[in-house]
Design a protein around this ligand. Structure first.
Ligand code: SF4
Ligand code: SF4
Length: 354
């Protein structure tokens, strides 16, 4: 085994030893012709290779989160896995730096390009872990646009390292092995309507085509998964957000809706799980993890997907008590709870007609 092959294997061993469920390798060549967020030289001039890895989320926390029985476990796990993935990426990048190859870690989330019009608010990542993961065989694109794996479904967190070392790439998975059967349960679990039911996005990366449901404006997910609001249009279920500001129909209405929901967001008490999640775009920088349903519902076993979706739509709606704690109740009880509030308190959760 030559020096590069040994270093490649050690890098994979380091990632797997740190808890990765899978490691893929994409190169400047296998990423050629891809979208701009597959350009490794954006983060490191002279970069030749990227190692991308998946860390699984804790499946045990998922169903109690979907049922609105336990908000804390999935929040803690999400925080833990994101932090571990960032740390592991740093560890590998520094290891490769020590071995003489310039390398940079790319943490899983909450880093965006600053040098584009609109800056970080456009939420363009320096490098797309998803594209790298699909091209290097970590998983397939599901219709949701999430990376899905036969081991853990979509319940994974991705991280990457970009390096000047030259490693052999790994191949994409065979399309016929993709478990996504277009069940659309990801779409019906999304109160924001991020995924377009009719149109698809197709990207070609290194000569290989990948497609998934076209994503409407990301402000939809910011508004809902970001916790600004969360009541599904049916009125029967919600995310873990206790707010019920209307979710618009059209993309262009989302920024004004978000702006209107900022002040109430700031005023509502945050959850204290001993693992605060900080995000540069969140008002006041604190974020509570309230959704992720498109990820959590998408289990490789269709029977589990159907069961999880049922759990979600029967989970009721979130309300926030005087102690700041959030719990799920029936839609009727939620209405009574809100109606009993004084106007100032109620304005933190919904608009009131004059
Ligand atoms: S929930 Fe269904 S349609 Fe959506 S990505 Fe998963 S398998 Fe595909
Ligand atoms: S995280 Fe929630 S709001 Fe965002 S796309 Fe997934 S289901 Fe929709």
């Amino acid at each position: 085994m030559d020096k590069h092959a040994r270093l490649r294997q050690t890098s994979i061993d380091l990632l797997m030893g740190a808890g990765a469920s899978k490691v893929g390798i994409a190169t400047a060549e296998t990423l050629e012709g891809g979208p701009e967020s597959t350009d490794l030289s954006y983060v490191l001039p002279g970069a030749r290779t990227s190692l991308v890895f998946a860390l699984p989320l804790d499946q045990r926390a998922i169903e109690s989160f979907l049922k609105k029985e336990d908000m804390a476990a999935a929040n803690k796990d999400n925080h833990r896995v994101n932090t571990v993935a960032g740390g592991v990426a740093l560890e590998l990048a520094e290891y490769l730096n020590m071995k003489g190859f310039k390398s940079v870690p790319i943490i899983p989330n909450a880093v965006y390009r600053k040098d584009v019009p609109g800056g970080i608010y456009t939420e363009i990542p320096p490098i797309s872990h998803r594209y790298l993961a699909a091209r290097s065989g970590i998983g397939h694109f599901g219709l949701s646009g999430n990376i899905i794996t036969k081991e853990h479904g979509a319940a994974i967190i991705l991280g990457s390292v970009v390096t000047t070392a030259i490693f052999n790439h790994t191949e994409p998975l065979l399309p016929e092995d993709n478990y996504c059967d277009h069940c659309k349960l990801c779409m019906s679990s999304c109160a924001s309507g991020l995924m377009d039911d009719k149109n698809k996005t197709t990207v070609k990366i290194g000569g290989v085509e990948f497609s998934y449901a076209k994503r409407r404006t990301y402000s939809r997910c910011d508004y809902v998964c970001g916790g600004f609001t969360g009541l599904h249009s049916s009125g029967k279920w919600s995310t873990w957000s206790p707010a019920r500001f209307p979710i618009p129909e059209n993309d262009e209405e989302f920024i004004p809706a978000l702006m209107n929901a900022v002040e109430p967001y700031r005023k509502r008490p945050h959850q204290e799980f001993g693992c605060n999640i900080y995000h540069p775009l969140a008002p006041g920088n604190r974020l509570d993890f309230t959704c992720g349903y498109c990820q959590f519902v998408c289990h490789p076993d269709k029977a589990v997907r159907v069961r999880r979706h049922k759990m979600l739509v029967e989970s009721g709606v979130a309300i926030q008590g005087k102690d700041g704690k959030i719990k799920g109740v029936s839609p009727e009880e939620a209405k009574r709870h809100l109606a009993a509030m004084d106007n100032e308190t109620r304005a933190m959760y919904e608009w009131q007609s004059q």
